[in-house]
Design a protein around this ligand. Structure first.
Ligand code: TYM
Length: 365
């Protein structure tokens, strides 16, 4: 039989006819602003690379989210390209995955407005990230409050199955699931209900100086407890050497009793791929000193090749812009059918001339 007649099994990332379309959809987002951290690597970048192998993956630079707190427009422009380069430097393949900027796909802003009709005001007020961030802001924007609705739209527009994220986004994902269910009940089955994927170890990398708080991108740049993806090797060594540890000298994973050492063990597993048990066994009876020095070297070894690739890619603005344009086109095509169904099911009159500016007009108009 000629090969073209044979139904070929679906390849990941391929838009096969719907009868074969059982490919898993993966979606995640990351904010462009702020120097990315080892925490972002553990819960974000590292998982993106792993999940892109498992289905049709979309990774979104969520620039619309970045304007909900104090920010600098010139920095936003630059950091969007920085983040694209970092996503590729950490291992995403622009041919295989769709990498794009949120503001390039109008469906995201539209979906957020439509979904705000089925989002509970009370639930938004209970978001821990809103409560924490609002304490730090002098001016509290409405966008910071409705931020999780935009995030729900990001995910739901792509009929996402799996959302690779760190632990701090758990509550936002729960809200996205609630919003999807409420919409489906009220207007008819429209959205797939997404599942979160959290790393087994490293889902919440903690601040080295304050290991009961999350390592946060928005900490001041000079913060010694935050390792940035682009830190110089000596800066990384200094930050890890001065990491707060606990009393005793046993290298043992026990987050309640030994938050500092447990965090360093997790960082070691993120950097080397070893298990917690392997790390504990290797440093059995050795005390904290050699362990901390080795964690620093492991992180330097992890980040050095990433930084090198990043610098090569970041040098070519035009190429990054070109790749962003391709990503936007793919993302528009993938999200449009869902947005269309949302409008239709919610009872809007569909514009006869099509939704896009310049779309071909039907005969007679
Ligand atoms: P953002 O930009 O703050 O973080 C990007 C990813 O990094 C993870 N992360 C961490 N993981 C482990 N330990 C840490 N200390 C740490 N800090 C950050 C985050 O969990 C995240 O996975 N609201 C999102 C962006 C977003 C999004 C989405 C995510 C917008 N739309 C749709 C998923 C799906 C955020 O601000 O992530």
């Amino acid at each position: 039989m000629e090969s073209w007649r044979k139904p070929r099994p679906q390849q990941p990332g391929e838009n096969a006819p719907s009868i074969f379309a059982v490919v898993m959809r993966i979606f995640s987002g990351i904010q462009p602003t702020g120097a990315k951290t080892l925490g972002n690597y553990a819960g974000g970048f590292r998982q993106y690379v792993e999940t892109q192998e498992r289905g049709e993956a979309f990774f979104c630079i969520v620039d619309l989210h970045s304007i909900t707190v104090e920010y600098d427009p010139a920095e936003l422009r630059d950091s969007t390209l920085n983040l694209y380069a970092m996503l590729v430097a950490t291992g995403l393949d622009p041919d295989r995955s769709t990498i794009f900027a949120q503001s390039h796909v109008a469906a995201h802003a539209e979906a957020a407005w439509l979904l705000s009709a089925v989002t509970s005001y009370g639930q938004l007020g209970r978001m821990t990230q809103f409560k924490e961030k609002s304490e730090r802001q002098e001016f509290l924007s409405a966008g910071l409050f409705t931020y999780p609705v935009l995030m729900a739209g990001d995910i739901l527009l792509y009929q996402t199955d799996l959302v690779p994220i760190g632990d701090d986004q758990r509550q936002h994902l729960e809200l996205a699931r609630d919003v999807a269910e409420r919409f489906n009940t009220r207007f008819g089955e429209t959205f797939r209900i997404p599942e979160g994927q959290y790393p087994e170890v490293g889902a919440r990398v903690m601040d080295l100086q304050d290991p009961v708080s999350k390592m946060s991108t928005s900490s001041p740049l000079a913060a010694q407890g935050v390792v940035r993806m682009l830190d110089e090797p000596d800066t990384i060594r200094r930050k890890l050497r001065s990491a707060v540890t606990d009393s005793g000298r046993e290298v043992k994973h026990d987050p309640a009793e030994k938050p500092g050492i447990s965090n360093l063990i997790e960082i070691m597993t993120v950097a080397t791929g070893e298990s917690v048990e392997e790390v504990e066994a290797r440093y059995d009876g050795q005390g904290y000193g050699p362990f901390k020095a080795d964690v620093a070297e492991a992180v330097v070894e992890l980040l050095t090749p990433i930084q090198k690739r990043y610098r090569e890619l970041r040098g070519d603005d035009r190429e990054l812009q070109r790749l962003l344009a391709i990503g936007a086109e793919k993302a528009r095509n993938a999200s449009e059918p869902t947005l269309h169904s949302m409008y239709e099911r919610m009872g809007f009159v569909m514009p006869a001339s099509g939704r896009f500016f310049g779309a071909a007009r039907p005969k007679g108009l």
